[in-house]
Design a protein around this ligand. Structure first.
Ligand code: ATP
Length: 235
């Protein structure tokens, strides 16, 4: 579904991605794990068109994404839920969700989908008329993910969904990611420093170090791998 082939992405003179290749198959959950500054966010930005790789190719469903604008890439079915819970603080929960569906015009289905988000995260339903900015960090993260799902993506990109959240909320969020993947056939590519939780729900994972992929295996094997355990799982 998504194929990244030897991309190099720069910020001025900073060589952030140094020849990254990876693949995401339809229906998979894939994790990209790595320390601070490894290049995880840059990889997502390169996929969503917000940073253009200087060389290498990215293809999605056989179409080359290089040079496409971010909105064109969204229209192909790739949606990114940004890091840091970037919701609209001055809009209500409901309005935030409606905005997520701005490219759609199937009003009835949009309503149904919003109700679905409320069953997935009941707290959002309880707070539907509350301003986004007044939600807790965990609730804002739930809203970020739900808003991204309102786009009906084929491929959902998640940037550190567990960042700064209490373990119990993290567990709930990962469980729901697994559920939308399984029940709604949404392919998920997520980047995480919280390697443990991410790898547990992942079919496969890639380890990124200083802009280079150093390892790839099934989520299960990476969890058992000594190097991964030492570097990313605090073992
Ligand atoms: P984090 O978990 O801290 O977000 P990351 O793995 O997502 O880390 P990136 O944010 O992709 O890492 O950063 C990769 C490299 O590119 C780092 O060396 C970072 O300092 C650099 N970098 C990222 N964004 C910019 C920018 N806008 N301008 C210059 N350098 C940047």
């Amino acid at each position: 579904m998504l194929k990244i082939d030897n991309i190099h992405t720069y910020y001025g003179h900073i060589h952030a991605l140094k020849g990254i290749s990876l693949e995401v198959q339809q229906g998979e959950i894939i994790s990209l794990i790595g320390a601070n500054g490894a290049g995880k966010s840059t990889t997502l930005l390169s996929i969503s068109g917000l940073e253009q790789p200087r060389s290498g190719t990215i293809t999605f469903d056989g179409k080359e994404l290089n040079g496409m604008t971010p909105d064109k890439i969204v229209s192909l079915g790739i949606t990114q839920a940004p890091e840091g819970r970037r919701i609209f603080p001055g809009l209500t929960v409901l309005e935030n969700l409606e905005l997520g569906a701005f490219l759609r015009n199937d009003k009835k289905q949009i309503k149904k989908d919003i109700e679905f988000m409320y069953t997935m995260f009941p707290i959002l339903g309880e707070r539907r008329n509350q301003l986004g900015g007044t939600l807790s960090g965990g609730e804002q993260q739930m809203l970020t993910i739900s808003r991204a799902l309102m786009m009906e993506p084929k491929l959902l990109l998640l940037d550190e969904p567990s960042l700064g959240l209490a373990p119990i909320i993290v567990a709930q969020i990962f469980e729901e990611i697994k559920r939308v993947n399984r029940d709604y056939n949404i392919t998920v590519f997520l980047v995480e420093q919280n390697a443990n939780q991410a790898l547990k729900i992942s079919d496969r994972g890639y380890v990124l170090q200083n802009g280079v992929i150093t390892m790839t295996d099934t989520g299960e094997n990476l969890l058992k791998n000594d190097e991964v355990r030492k570097a990313y799982l605090g073992a």
